[in-house]
Design a protein around this ligand. Structure first.
Ligand SMILES: CC(O)(O)CCCCCNCCCN
Ligand SMILES: [Zn+2]
Length: 664
């Protein structure tokens, strides 16, 4: 299934008609450069174009009052003076004779997108719209927004498709207070927003944008605010909040639909955000949401005022929606102090509502909420981040790297008598192994594992790896007689200098993992039921699940809160996923793991499985081919010991691995 793209140039046909410094950045060019970048890059041709439509009155009334709608209806007939007058009653927004029409098209586009996804016409999609929506409220326009496009879409999805749970992720750099007000008492809509806050000193300067606004009444726990109290936040800060706050809750919430308030003013160069995250971060933020709700994801444009980073960020988002390989994110050095405080506050505020956050630490000593007056230390810290360090318009950043699709997506190396799963390309060619390597293999394993066809298997395995690292093939599945032996070979014999770092993810109990480098060429994360003895090195991290890999709750927690942050920091060139026999990992969890691991090494994942586990080749192939993983249904409360052990493991490792930090 494809990716929908909604765009109508009519929505470029309104603009600010008078002088207002607060509104001058919201220009038609925002939409034009975004769409043109998609056209120029060839991405628009790969999308399924869906026409915009006007939202009807009844659809707009899902969120807004009749009084407000009737008032807005009058604006097309207003004189310039009337428009100015009308505008004065709202904050940081402007009206124009054509904005009502455009606002209906913006909301209608979001609804068209929901229709396309919910009817299965497409898997996911993006609506390039203006005016944006997330600040507009029941009875008021605000912050360039007239109708709340995403809030209307959420209510529409529930009403028309009986969607039970909607996740709204708002990565725009402003707090979508309009969305928060709409759903704060509604447990069927989980609203997550991060936003520049600076202890309530940043627009819209609301006390209720802080982390302690967790929702009301039955909606308590279903509103998550992560305030950024400093500018200059980077990729590490964004990924940490996804891994340690949003994703655990999102997986526990298990939404039927994901809506994204896709504002790109959180990207580097934006005059509003003054952040430093690069456009390729949106490739990963999108990817990390794509295995929720069976891949049903609707992104709706909100903000974004630097025309260069906006266009790049939109392209990064669309390319991921299309399933292209992800760019590697280099040198993630962990969240900054301020970000850690914010994520620690958000986690502790929500630990009573979400079992996946149950073991989150207490809030930091320095209470960062607005009650707290800026201390001399903070002032000094701010001057530390001198003007030039801050990311402003003048800031430059590299073009996002090209994300090339390999000619072959998924290859397989299988015994001749095993049928190749649909979609996979069997690799039968293999270069002859050097005799030296053959003898090494033979005398390393006196077992039958490396008899005649065993050598063939290994030579094909090495051939596959070579094709992965040169991006001829994206990922692969290999069936071997003995996975432990095969893993040793791959890890020890990886001579290719194209592979500087290999992330080995071991699912299931180890037989012998005696081979662990300490030079950092290999990082092994082992998830099993074995009560691992003391952790052996920075590069061998055993995660113990009391009830073993069949405990999906514990497993997904370990993946989100430990494996993902580690993987991002380690930044491997190859991922080796080893399924030990008898691991007991649940199929949907296995597919989720493969899906999430695609975020590393440009998707170069090599799955090693034992021949006698060929029954799960089909689901493995499906995940390797990029099909969304099935939702993890009815997750049990994680085993307390496991949750607690995971926190302790993170605390112990965070000295070595900065991305594991969740406490200041
Ligand atoms: C969709 C959106 O969240 O990007 C709208 C942001 C509105 C900002 C209003 N204040 C602007 C002050 C200008 N320096
Ligand atoms: Zn914004």
């Amino acid at each position: 299934m494809g990716t929908a793209l909604l765009y109508d140039e009519e929505m470029t046909k309104y603009k600010l008609l008078w002088v207002d410094p607060a509104c001058k950045i919201e220009v038609p060019e925002r939409l034009i450069v975004s769409y043109e970048a998609l056209v120029r890059s060839g991405l628009s041709d790969r999308c399924i174009s869906i026409p915009a439509r006007e939202a009807s009155d009844s659809e707009i009334l899902l969120v807004h009052s009749e009084l407000y709608l009737e008032a807005v209806k009058k604006t097309p007939y207003m004189t310039l003076e009337d428009l100015k007058e009308f505008t004065l009653q709202f904050g940081d927004v402007y009206f124009h004779p054509n904005i009502y029409h455009c606002a209906k098209l913006a909301s209608g586009s979001a609804l068209q997108l929901v229709d396309s996804v919910m009817t299965g016409k497409v898997r996911n999609g993006i609506a390039l719209v203006r005016p944006p929506g997330h600040h507009s409220m029941h009875g008021a326009a605000n912050g360039f927004c007239v109708f709340n496009n995403v809030a209307i879409a959420a209510r529409y999805a529930k009403q028309k498709y009986g969607v039970k749970r909607v996740l709204i992720v708002d990565w725009d750099i402003h707090h979508g207070q309009g969305v928060q007000y709409c759903f704060e008492d509604d447990p069927s809509v989980l609203y997550f927003s991060w936003h520049r806050y600076e202890h309530q000193n940043f627009w819209p300067n609301l006390r209720e944008s802080d982390y302690d606004s967790v929702g009301k009444e039955s909606g308590a726990g279903f509103n998550i605010n992560v305030p950024w109290n400093n500018v200059g936040m980077e990729n590490s800060d964004y990924l940490s909040v996804f891994c340690h706050v949003l994703l655990p809750v999102a997986y526990e919430f298990c939404p039927d639909l994901v809506l994204v308030c896709a504002g790109f003013d959180s990207a580097i160069g934006d005059p509003e955000g003054e952040m430093c995250a690069t456009p390729d971060i949106f490739a990963h933020l999108t990817h990390l949401l794509m295995n929720l709700a069976g891949g049903k994801l609707c992104a709706v444009l909100e903000g974004g005022y630097n025309l260069t980073s906006l266009a790049q960020s939109v392209c990064q988002t669309v390319q991921t929606l299309l399933g292209d390989p992800l760019p590697q994110l280099a040198n993630l050095r962990g969240p900054c102090k301020s970000a850690i405080e914010s994520l620690q506050c958000a986690r502790s505020a929500h630990r009573r509502y979400w079992s996946f956050l149950k073991h989150a630490a207490d809030p930091p000593m320095t209470d960062i909420s607005t009650k707290h007056v800026k201390s001399a230390m903070e002032e000094e810290e701010k001057t530390e981040m001198a003007e030039e360090e801050r990311c402003t318009e003048g800031k430059v950043w590299p073009e996002p790297p090209e994300r090339l699709c390999p000619p072959v997506c998924s290859a397989s190396v299988l015994p001749d008598d095993v049928a190749c799963p649909d979609g996979l390309k069997r690799l039968s060619s293999s270069k002859d192994l050097e005799p030296l390597l053959v003898s090494k293999l033979k005398n390393r394993f006196r077992t039958a594992a490396v008899d005649g066809d065993g050598v063939t298997t290994f030579s094909r395995l090495y051939t596959l790896i070579e094709k992965l690292v040169v991006n001829e093939i994206r990922n692969g599945l290999v069936l071997v007689p003995d996975v432990a032996a095969a893993m040793m070979c791959v890890v020890q014999d990886l001579t290719s200098d194209l592979v500087k770092r290999v992330l080995v993810v071991c699912v299931g109990k180890e037989k012998e993992l005696d081979y662990i480098t300490t030079d950092g060429k290999v990082l092994v994360v082992q998830i099993s039921s074995e009560d691992s003895e003391e952790q052996r090195s920075k590069y061998y991290i055993p995660v113990c699940l009391k009830k073993g890999c069949s405990d999906t709750s514990g497993f997904i927690q370990a993946v989100l809160g430990l494996l993902l942050p580690l993987g991002y920091e380690y930044n491997p060139d190859l991922v080796l996923l080893v399924r030990m026999p008898g691991s007991g990992v649940v199929d949907s969890m296995w597919q989720q793991l493969i899906g999430l691991l695609q975020g590393f090494a440009k998707g170069h994942t090599l799955v090693l499985m034992q021949v006698n586990e060929k029954a799960c080749m089909g689901s493995t192939a499906s995940a390797l081919l990029g099909h969304p993983a099935p939702p993890l249904q009815d997750l049990q409360t994680p085993f307390p010991e496991d949750g607690d052990a995971l926190e302790r493991l993170r605390e112990r490792l965070q000295a070595d691995w900065k991305m594991l930090q969740t406490t200041s």
